[in-house]
Design a protein around this ligand. Structure first.
Ligand code: FAD
Length: 386
């Protein structure tokens, strides 16, 4: 698909702004931030100033009221450069947390929090996963018990992106423990509330500049007005919002694949062995040609889904297919490209090495590959019923 049919000249002008920002204000410091295991808060404010956070939030809530293609551009430009720390942190904030508030029923929460999310003044996180419940989310145990005008929250969350830096979290809690999936609500908890303990920053194999934390809640009192979903209606909303989260992952995966091909072609054209460049070995060209063709197919499918996200027709099954295809492809592309770098591909100073470890998460977080196959398998059973 010709991308000019999707992105207008205005989109492309915005893309150039984002690209300049990433080149000048992010990439020169990224390696250092990886060593520090976080990036500075000032970058959030700068990204907010440039309109890079929550671009599609309507103007009445402080956003630019842009279409989702602007969000896609931010994801693409951070992904293209290998700016995986801020790239993934901003994605959690804009693509995962903001939609829960924006599409939820609580007008006061929208007016209070969305404008500050747009400026980067307040950083958001989402807490679904627990030590005992990841893929099987209906089994979460964090409990929010209603007492008068308050919820008393007790429980624990794990692997929470932005968990260390967050100013607030949208928490999946059991409000009716007997009702399984129908007893889950989403409640906003501010980080400064008594009993909200940020535990430790988790040591990951990749995505080093993005923080991930384990969070504890001991008798945390929040007003009932902090409810983000309908009472006991949280599970349905989580399933619906996962579509936007997964699309963000797919958009990033494809652009990372494209960058990996570019890095590898450039490197192998310079590196020589046995009297010729590595690129001129037929094995190299065939490997890259095969990957390039499959990336082009993934790009077409992804762009189609970007358009469907924008017009509101992207469904969960199509999204599961896209996530399955793009994440598996990303894993293969990075592995095969890294191989063509030889030993240098194993060195962190090479972007291919960092992209390889960073990408591994995509086949796990936001729904594993096996969960995607379950979604597609269930649809197949219904589609061709006997
Ligand atoms: C760096 C990082 C950041 C994250 N950020 C967040 C965040 O911000 N917020 C949040 O809430 N969560 C977050 N997560 C959690 C992530 O979404 C979960 O790790 C993921 O959903 C898988 O859950 P789990 O780890 O409990 O694995 P499990 O559910 O224990 O799965 C283990 C294995 O069993 C397989 N499996 C499970 N069920 C089935 C089945 N029915 N059939 C076949 N196979 C199955 C899985 O596919 C997987 O391979 C993050 C995780 C990481 C590592």
């Amino acid at each position: 698909m010709n991308r000019a049919r999707i992105f207008t000249p205005e989109h492309e002008a915005f893309r150039m702004e984002v690209r300049r920002f990433v080149e000048k204000e992010v990439m020169p410091f990224h390696y250092e931030w990886e060593e520090q295991r976080e990036f500075p808060r000032e970058l959030w404010l700068r990204a907010g100033e440039l309109g890079l956070l929550c671009a599609n939030v309507p103007e009445e809530y402080g956003g630019a009221g842009a279409d989702w293609l602007y969000n896609a551009i931010v994801i693409e430009e951070f992904g293209r450069a290998g700016a995986s720390g801020p790239g993934s942190a901003f994605m959690v904030h804009s693509e995962i947390v903001a939609p829960y508030i924006l599409h939820g029923p609580n007008e006061a929460i929208k007016r209070e929090w969305l404008p500050k999310m747009v400026t980067g003044e307040k950083i958001g996180a989402l807490g679904m996963t627990e030590p005992g419940a990841g893929s099987d989310l209906k089994n979460i145990r964090t409990r929010a018990e209603r007492r008068g005008d308050e919820f008393i929250i007790n429980g624990q969350k794990i692997f929470i992106s932005n968990g260390w830096k967050c100013d607030f979290i949208v928490l999946a809690c059991k409000t009716d423990p007997e009702a399984g999936a129908k007893g889950i609500s989403l409640i906003l908890a501010e980080a400064e509330r008594e009993g909200f303990d940020k535990g430790r920053k988790l040591e990951k194999i990749g995505l080093h500049a993005a923080d991930t934390a384990e969070l504890f809640f001991a008798d945390v009192r929040v007003p009932v007005t902090n409810m983000v979903s309908e009472e006991n209606g949280g599970f349905k909303v989580m399933m619906a919002n996962l579509v936007q989260e997964r699309l963000g992952q797919a958009v990033r995966a494809v652009v990372v694949c494209e960058s990996a091909i570019e890095w590898t072609v450039k490197y192998t054209k310079e590196r020589e062995a046995f009297g010729q460049t590595i690129f001129d070995f037929q094995n190299t060209r065939f490997t890259l040609a095969d990957l390039d063709a499959r990336i082009a197919a993934a790009r077409a499918f992804t762009d189609q889904c970007i358009l469907r996200m924008d017009d509101g027709t992207l469904d969960g099954v199509t999204m599961a297919q896209l996530k399955l295809v793009t994440m598996e492809l990303q894993g293969e592309v990075l592995d095969k490209c890294l191989q063509l770098f030889g030993g240098y591909g194993y060195m962190r100073e090479y972007p291919i090495a960092r992209a390889f470890v960073d990408a591994r998460l995509n086949r796990i977080a936001g729904g594993t590959m096996e969960v995607m196959k379950h979604i597609i398998g269930k649809d197949l059973a219904n589609r061709y019923s006997t």
